[in-house]
Design a protein around this ligand. Structure first.
Ligand code: SF4
Length: 264
């Protein structure tokens, strides 16, 4: 087995089959080279795909097909319609690092006997300044935060960090790229979530039927996101993570009200 300066690369190559998925990328062995393309393009003819140089992959990963900036490179919105060829193992390493920064190192770290995972409380207890507020979320709110913020529709990393009654993600639900501690986007969402918790609350009485309508509206908004909305703009009420957070709350309220069938 060839050894490389990076032990993570050596380990990755040792078990790299003829073809494997790495989040939204398919890596295919081609003689001494490796071809990378989007999973959605796995069956596309080579001629139908734009050839992208290895060093251009970092730029490619910066924007979605629609041209929106991608603040989180593990979001499931990598551009389609391209292929790149890495001619050496080191080029493959750089390709993956451009598309998913740090992923290979984290993948290797997560395989160690004691992966360097930083759980939510340990992470936020280190925070200073405007992020200290994230320490105030209760354990239940942290669970909601992870369910809404790390959902596979927003991020393909397998979350290994957790908290009380917050188990790690399954790799099959997301990808083999581990998440070892809360990221900057999640931290910002945690800050906004705490701010929302601190706002004045309206005392409203809502029937279960109206809650069902609200839930349907949230689900519709999640499946048909507004064009131009930015992934990490948590000031926007239509932000997908905020919508998911509301959805969790509405589902909880619905479970608490007597069911219509009891009265009919
Ligand atoms: S904290 Fe959540 S959203 Fe951020 S990288 Fe990890 S799994 Fe993804």
């Amino acid at each position: 087995m060839a050894k490389h300066d990076n032990p993570a690369l050596t380990a990755f190559l040792a078990e790299l089959p003829a073809q494997r998925e790495f989040a939204q990328v398919v890596i295919t062995r081609r003689d001494d080279a490796f071809e990378l393309r989007h999973v959605a393009d796995v069956a596309a003819a080579e001629a139908a795909l734009e050839v992208v140089e290895v060093e251009a992959l970092r730029g490619l990963a910066n924007h979605t097909d629609a041209g929106a900036f991608r603040p989180l490179k593990s979001a499931p919105n990598l551009r389609t319609g391209w292929r790149a060829v890495a001619h050496t193992a080191e080029e493959l390493e750089r390709s993956l690092d451009h598309l998913y920064p740090g992923a290979l190192t984290d993948w290797y770290s997560a395989r160690q006997a004691q992966p360097p995972v930083t759980h939510y409380r340990d992470y936020v207890n280190r925070q200073t300044g405007m992020y200290r507020i994230t320490q105030m979320l209760t354990d239940e709110q942290v669970r909601d935060l992870a369910r809404a913020g790390c959902h596979r529709d927003s991020c393909l990393k397998q979350r290994l960090w957790g908290g009380p009654e917050l188990a790690a993600d399954e790799a099959a639900e997301k990808s083999v790229i581990p998440c070892l501690e809360p990221c900057a986007v999640l931290s910002e969402f945690a800050r906004k979530s705490m701010r929302l918790e601190q706002e004045e609350k309206a005392a409203v009485r809502v029937s279960s039927g109206d809650l069902e309508t609200l839930l349907a509206a949230v689900n519709l908004a999640l499946t048909q996101p507004m064009s131009g909305s930015r992934e990490a703009d948590f000031g926007a009420a239509e932000n997908p993570r905020r919508l998911r957070r509301l959805k969790i709350q509405v589902e909880r309220w619905l479970a608490e009200v007597p069911q219509k069938a009891d009265k009919e």
